[in-house]
Write a protein that binds this ligand. Sequence first.
Ligand SMILES: [Zn+2]
Ligand SMILES: [Zn+2]
Length: 332
Amino acid sequence: MTNSPNPPRPKRQLWNFTPSLPLQVAPYWDWPMRPLASALYLLKSWNPLAQRFFILLMATVVWMWFTPDLDEAKTLAFGWIFDIWLRDLVILLVIAGGLHLALWKYRVQEDDYRYDMRPMMTDARAFTFKTQVWDNMFWTLGPALLFITFWEALMWYAYANGWARMITFDSNPLWFVVLILLIPICAGFHFYWLHRLIHVGKLYAWVHSWHHRNINTGPWSGLAMHPVESFFLLFDTMIFFLIPANPLHVLFLIFHHLIGAPTSHAGFENVKIGKAKLPMGDFFHQLHHRFFDCNYGTWETPWDQWFNTFHDGTDAGNDLIKDRRRKIWSND
Ligand SMILES: [Zn+2]
Ligand SMILES: [Zn+2]
């Protein structure tokens, strides 16, 4: 028996931490249907410690105390629109800024639950100001925040002037609750198709490649993108021109982006608070940042599985994506 001249090199460890693998995605779209498993999964996604619940809570607090008066919103005026911008600025500074300071600057939990050990990049010409964090903050607090304010203000103006049909919990309690359950899935559907589109050809080169400069991501990376992308990211809000809803639903959907994008890009699976841990990052999307051609949607959308771009985080998943890429290139 002879030794191979090139003994296999030990595999580089890709991740410092991963959730348990293979990743499990929602069974909502399985065929034959799995109603019980789907109901349990849905229930789990609403666990009060999970982010969805927090986003709804934030939407409720904002709806009750930090929104413009509908009477005031009947006419376009700087004051009430500026109030929305300011409130969202505070939310971003507290959530994205707070997470960045705790996890990346002061490293309060060191590398516990951190996915990727690569640091935020500095002295890198690809980034505005040559620094990933400054770049990310600039594109978030500049155009992204402005567009988020635009879409929200448009909806207030539409409700105030009767362009969109408004319901209340009292007028239609069942639809009110069902819509809350449907909104995260709607957001995922819109996100998949927009995201898939801007991965094609020139659109990728001109627009979406900006977001992908973040190979490893931090909280400020979530909304750091080309202004064309941050404008259309919230186009899903337009669904409220088609379906009757309440401003609370609008805020819940918008906060999936305003809050959900920074948290899902945090780069850490959990944030430790004493002995407790709060779920934070989204490994499904972290895989997209690392391997590009996979996981375009969310764990609640079926498209990645149907179009064979689902990466479950395992080595087999890495091979599947590499194989797919090889086939695409050999067809060119
Ligand atoms: Zn992408
Ligand atoms: Zn991303």
